[in-house]
Design a protein around this ligand. Structure first.
Ligand code: SAM
Length: 203
């Protein structure tokens, strides 16, 4: 397969090489709580939940969280973090390209799972996001901006893979998604890049 596989991510957690991990929840979560985008009771998935900071913050906000990751070590970390905080969430060890919810979701919090996938899988992942959400459901996306100079030669480097806004727009077309107008908030990332915070609504 192209790009990193489950063993790659499992080893990163085992070797504690997780430079993407802020050690706290992504700062956009607090902003989305403050502006009413995130509210208690939302049934929300966190694909590629990693160490679980975001899942915990969303559970604390009263959301009904489904945290998904295919690396056993990530699921274990998230489980420990939730237990230490006496918080609850559904934890699923599964491939986001295969997992399906029992019923459509209100929201998906997409933080560095898309950019962890090789672009060969982006069409399938975008289809999954559309499949998971109910009509009117929202995709809360942090689109990683990490373009390298080698892209000018057509090289694909990652993870993280640069989420070019044109590619993301093509994969989440306006026929199926309502896009807010840019400019989008730029959120600094732990690895020195930035993410674009975008709330899309599933039509
Ligand atoms: C860069 S880390 C980000 C973790 C977390 N979202 C964060 O911001 O700290 C990417 C995560 O996605 C998970 N992941 C990558 N590909 C996946 C897949 N196909 N299915 C499920 N999880 C996946 C990895 O195991 C890893 O935990």
């Amino acid at each position: 397969m192209a790009g990193p596989d489950r063993d790659f991510w499992q080893q990163r957690f085992e070797q504690k090489q997780t430079p993407w991990d802020r050690g706290v929840a992504g700062p956009q979560i607090a902003r989305w709580i403050a502006d009413g985008t995130l509210t208690a009771g939302l049934r929300i998935a966190v694909p590629g939940c990693g160490g679980g900071h975001d899942a915990l913050a969303l559970a604390r906000a009263g959301c009904s969280v489904i945290a998904i990751d295919y690396a056993e070590a990530a699921v274990a970390l998230t489980r420990e973090r939730l237990a230490a905080a006496h918080a609850t969430a559904d934890l699923v060890q599964a491939d986001v390209l295969e997992w399906q919810p029992d019923s459509p979701l209100d929201a998906v919090y997409e933080q560095t799972c898309w950019c962890a996938l090789h672009p060969d899988y982006w069409t399938a992942y975008a289809a999954q996001l559309a499949r998971w959400l109910r009509p009117g459901g929202r995709l809360l996306m942090l689109a990683m901006q990490c373009r390298r100079d080698s892209a000018a030669e057509g090289r694909i480097e990652g993870p993280p893979y640069h989420m070019d806004i044109n590619a993301v727009r093509a994969l989440l077309p306006t026929s199926h998604w309502q896009w807010p107008a840019p400019p989008y908030e730029r959120v600094p990332h732990a690895m020195g890049w930035t993410e674009l915070a975008i709330v899309l609504t599933r039509r």
